[in-house]
Write a protein that binds this ligand. Structure first.
Ligand code: DC
Length: 231
């Protein structure tokens, strides 16, 4: 397909959105943007500045710090991936920690944080040819995206996948802890007042509980071909 598209992928945490979105971006030679990484980077910044702790969050200080938070994605040839940079520092590994995961839902509930991230995300999509994954991409960031996919998978399968991913990075945890974190994030994502996780009316559902990445790509290519035939 010659015309460049915006592909919006939303869904629950740890259901393989980024793996799927990266494969699509590679196949179509598009840019991939992990919007969750942006919320994680803001969270890491706040943790380092002591603006967020277990039971306490300094919302107004976080909002006034937003102007000092610069987030960028840079392509890394050896890993063939886009890495997340926070104020010019590569934070790709740090933002994946369980501590960041446990604070990020609260940070991403702050309206000013969302406004700033949405603005940046829309700028990144200006030239199209982009695959972005997150929670509100098809509903808020790119309501006119040509393809919207809403991903889901069972909690058990998501916990197992996330646990394996963390174990692969030598991060010590238990399946139960990972499961609890996923359930808590589902509840927070679905119930926050601003931009809650919900399927856009025109999004196609993909339940990948029992699908390999290859099967998901075959499913996606059918959608692309159908769109091409219709245009
Ligand atoms: O996709 P992820 O698990 O890395 O996202 C981290 C957190 O950021 C998740 O708890 C919800 C939040 N998030 C969001 O609110 N909106 C997005 N577009 C992407 C992520």
């Amino acid at each position: 397909m010659d015309k460049k598209l915006i592909i919006a992928i939303d869904g629950y945490s740890s259901c393989g959105k980024s793996t799927f979105a990266k494969s699509i971006a590679k196949e179509l030679n598009y840019i991939y943007i992990d919007s969750g990484a942006m919320y994680r980077a803001v969270t890491l910044y706040c943790m380092r500045e002591n603006l967020v702790r277990e039971n306490e969050m300094q919302t107004s200080a976080i909002v006034s710090e937003l102007k000092n938070i610069k987030i960028a994605f840079r392509y890394n040839r050896p890993s063939d991936c886009y890495l997340t940079y926070l104020n010019s520092e590569n934070v790709e590994d740090d933002i994946r920690s369980i501590e960041v995961a446990s604070h990020v839902s609260r940070i991403s509930m702050i309206p000013e944080v969302r406004e700033r991230m949405v603005e940046l995300q829309q700028q990144m999509g200006r030239d199209k040819g982009i695959v972005m994954d997150g929670r509100d991409i098809g509903t808020v960031v790119f309501p006119d995206a040509e393809i919207k996919i809403f991903m889901t998978a069972s909690v058990e399968i998501r916990a197992k996948r996330r646990f394996d991913e963390l174990a692969g990075k030598n991060i010590v945890t238990t399946i139960e802890e990972v499961r609890r974190n996923i359930v808590a994030r589902d509840i927070a994502d679905e119930n926050r007042d601003i931009s809650p996780l919900r399927r856009a009316d025109d999004a196609i559902i993909l339940d990948n509980s029992r699908m390999s990445v290859k099967e998901q790509m075959l499913w996606f290519m059918k959608i692309i071909h159908k769109l091409k035939d219709e245009s």
